[in-house]
Design a protein around this ligand. Structure first.
Ligand code: SAM
Length: 221
């Protein structure tokens, strides 16, 4: 079963590097069916217009509700019955639980904006959810969309190679939702900074115990 994920954006080209690399490249066409859709391709307005000045005055341009509605109508024949997420700093804060929730959907649509953001009627009437990736303001919804696409793709079967562990990671059930333990690699000593002896002991029970203790300590801090 694939996740059908559509991203509406004014900058589809921004996603190029993401789709060329894991985890996206590993699941595209199998576990993930990703479409990058440009509002400009659906606008009923002349000259590819998608935004307009804010009522009441003020700086910046606002993504028009008629343009977003036309895009959804053309692609889905109306407001879809699956989740349509508006990406906005004013939305529900993204965390791993929300990512897992999104990854469990069969179909998902992400709406991004630029400049001053969405006409509020897009968020209220066309979207089902509003999600923020953090309490700061970015210039557009492309990076938030990529954050969600990447985090969701990691959870899809076949996304991660043998060298990547998706099961034991920060916020995973394996670590009781806590933070991952510290990781080290060669050299064992660098500028006097030593790798903890236990990790080189070969004693897997002790290593596991140490890692779980470190994870608990970090998570409680
Ligand atoms: C410059 S922001 C608009 C900010 C908006 N005027 C406000 O003050 O809330 C332009 C667009 O970038 C995206 N964006 C910016 N920061 C975001 C965040 N933290 N989470 C999700 N989307 C964000 C949204 O799509 C937003 O509409």
């Amino acid at each position: 079963m694939s996740l059908h994920l559509d991203v509406f954006t004014l900058v589809p080209s921004a996603f190029a590097w993401l789709t060329e690399r894991r985890p996206l490249s590993a699941v595209l066409g199998t576990g993930l069916d990703l479409r990058l859709l440009n509002y400009r391709d659906f606008t009923p307005l002349k000259g590819g217009q998608v935004d307009d000045e804010p009522y009441g005055g003020g700086a910046g341009m606002v993504l028009r509700v008629d343009v977003a509605a036309a895009a959804l109508d053309t692609v889905y024949g109306g407001i879809p019955d699956h989740r349509v997420v508006a990406l906005t700093p004013q939305g529900r804060q993204l965390d791993q639980a929300v990512v897992e929730e999104l990854a469990a959907e069969e179909r998902l649509t992400l709406l991004s904006a630029r400049f001053e953001g969405f006409d509020e009627r897009i968020v209220r009437h066309l979207a089902s959810d509003a999600i923020s990736i953090g309490r700061y303001v970015l210039s557009g919804g492309e990076l938030p969309a990529m954050v969600i696409v990447d985090a969701v793709a990691r959870l899809l079967p076949g996304a991660l190679g043998d060298e990547e562990s998706g099961r034991i990671e920060s916020f995973s059930a394996e670590l009781d939702g806590g933070l991952e333990y510290p990781q080290y690699t060669r050299p064992a000593e660098f500028r006097g900074w030593q790798v903890p002896e236990v990790l080189m002991s070969g004693d897997h029970a002790r290593i596991d115990e140490w890692r779980r203790a470190e994870s608990r300590a970090r998570s409680a801090a």
